[in-house]
Design a protein around this ligand. Structure first.
Ligand SMILES: N[C@@H](CCC(=O)N[C@@H](CS)C(=O)NCC(=O)O)C(=O)O
Length: 216
């Protein structure tokens, strides 16, 4: 199967995780960020991840891909439950994580941004959402202060160092790990110890490396 992604895309990490964790192979293809024709030709929208299934058809929507691959693997189904405290963390941090992460993603040599036209496309599109990248970078200290407080709250929900719920792979992992992984692109981020261990373990198990060694 082929999985079309951007490296920086947290929704794509969800799909990459389920392949890695369930031990199924996927050929990962990184699209240029300004390539609209390819994804639109496949699913009618400029959006990744996109899975090409064995019958050649295309599937979009990360959670559909996760559930489809999970079923295909036949190794038990991931737990759907997301605890209210974890959902509250996702809701709260969702309002500012992109402001920390997106201005940095264009600085670390990712394949979807190999061409300047792809960088320009991303900056133009995302600045319409989060405001100027330069302005957001200047507010790093402020955002990190809030994030560290919020991470301390999430740390209290870590029930296991391999799966957040302490029991087995679940939707909590599929939602939370991609955000933690993206946050490792922020220099100055300090993950509390249980979350750090969880992120390291999940990165290894899923085969999706963190950005720690190239944080900016
Ligand atoms: N609901 C979709 C959301 C996917 C999504 O928003 N992907 C982003 C990348 S992180 C995208 O392709 N955006 C178009 C763009 O960046 O131009 C899913 O879960 O798969």
């Amino acid at each position: 199967m082929k999985l079309y992604i951007y490296d920086h895309c947290p929704f794509c990490v969800r799909a990459r995780m389920i392949f890695g964790l369930r031990g199924l192979a996927a050929e990962e293809i990184v699209l240029a960020n300004d390539d609209e024709a390819t994804p639109v030709g496949m699913i009618g929208a400029k959006q990744v991840p996109i899975l090409q299934k064995p019958d050649g058809s295309y599937m979009g929507e990360s959670l559909d891909i996760v559930r489809y691959v999970d079923g295909l693997a036949g190794k038990g189904r991931l737990k759907e439950e997301i605890r209210p405290q974890v959902q509250a963390w996702l809701d709260k941090t969702g309002s500012y994580i992109n402001k920390l992460v997106q201005p940095r993603m264009v600085q670390i040599g990712l394949p979807e941004f190999a061409a300047q036209s792809a960088v320009d496309y991303f900056v133009h599109k995302k600045e319409a959402d989060i405001g100027s990248f330069t302005g957001n970078l200047a507010k790093t200290g402020e955002y990190l202060h809030t994030l560290h407080t919020d991470l301390a709250g999430l740390e209290r929900q870590v029930a296991g160092r391999h799966h957040l719920n302490g029991a087995g792979l679940g939707m909590e992992d599929i939602h939370v790990f991609p955000l933690l992984r993206n946050l490792t692109v922020v220099r100055g981020l300090v993950l509390p110890p249980e979350l750090r261990a969880y992120a390291d373990n999940m990165a290894a198990a899923a085969g999706v490396p963190l950005y720690t060694d190239r944080a900016v």
